[in-house]
Design a protein around this ligand. Sequence first.
Ligand code: ATP
Length: 369
Amino acid sequence: MKPHKIAVIPGDGIGVEVIAEGLKVLQAAGQKAGVSFDLEQFPWGAGYWLEHKVALPPDALDILGRFDAIYLGAVGLPDQVPESVGVGQVVLGIRSGFDQFANVRPVQPVGGCPWYLQHRKSEDIDFVVIREATEGFYCNIGGRYAPAAAEVADIIPMRPAFVRSKEIALQTGVFSEFGCRRVIRYAFELARRRDGRKRVTSTTKSNALTHAMGMWDQIFEQVAGEYPDCEHEWAHVDALAMRFITNPERFDVVVASNLFGDILTDLSAVLVGGLGFAPGGNLSETGPSMFEPPHGSAPDIAGKGIANPIAAILTAAFMLECLDELEAAGLIRRAVALVVEAGEVLTPDAGGTATTEQVGDAIATMLQQ
Ligand code: ATP
């Protein structure tokens, strides 16, 4: 079988450390399941910027476009490189360059991970959060205006505080009919493929954000009509955040716009044991998708060899699932579950004393058994 071509961008800080273990486990799973990879590493990121004054070379998207998938660690050296350069050029540049519209975060805790819910067990929870990742309030449209500016002339009289302010900032959310429909359809398609409940929960706030979320709700109902085999429901984002904690077992697929999804996905990371255990990916329908653990480069622990590689390892499993290599993905998930459950080789964030490398080795070894 043809090898899967994977571009690897370890990035900065703990990104480099966790991707090394992710690759170790990916290759072990590939060997066992008869799947081969054509891996190429790229040194891009904030560190690259320090030397080259660009975080990505100008032809980066052309190069990456030839791969089946991108496996990214984490980007950023906050004390040395502005975030707009590291994260902005690399992560956001690749996401927007390949129109990776769906940020997908599986919420499947492994037994034995750090656990924060007294009233639920890890096996009760198995859902996915899908965040629209290209529009909404993250389009960077708006500005900061003096009260006399024409842009705010109609707005100033609306509230007493506006009238008394020296400056007014506007941040405009942009929601396209196509963009909302595309991500909502993706959620229903995923629900259809998953075992079990086939239920899509839409996150909204149309009682306050009437224009944007009003349109979102309408599109959600229309798309739901195309999937009569799936249940659908909606909840305002504030209520949904509470239910993530009180009733996480009721969810199957949750779909959210960019800002709400950003917050809910970090909340969902807590449900799998923290950032060290949370996998993620940015999916495209027209170019390569990018798989990255949602954690950052974590400068506070970088270089100490104690970063938890499990988020990156589960991200590799998620990548394999998206490449339709279900057997290899299953081998990784099983090995991670057995190592975490045993509780003997865990990094300090999970209550252990093991190093990043020891956890990677333990999972790769378990995979062979
Ligand atoms: P960003 O600003 O891009 O979100 P960051 O690295 O500053 O990135 P987070 O990724 O949100 O921050 O992580 C917050 C903290 O959680 C880190 O500083 C680190 O202490 C801890 N952390 C994150 N990922 C891991 C991991 N894989 N293993 C252990 N601890 C982690």
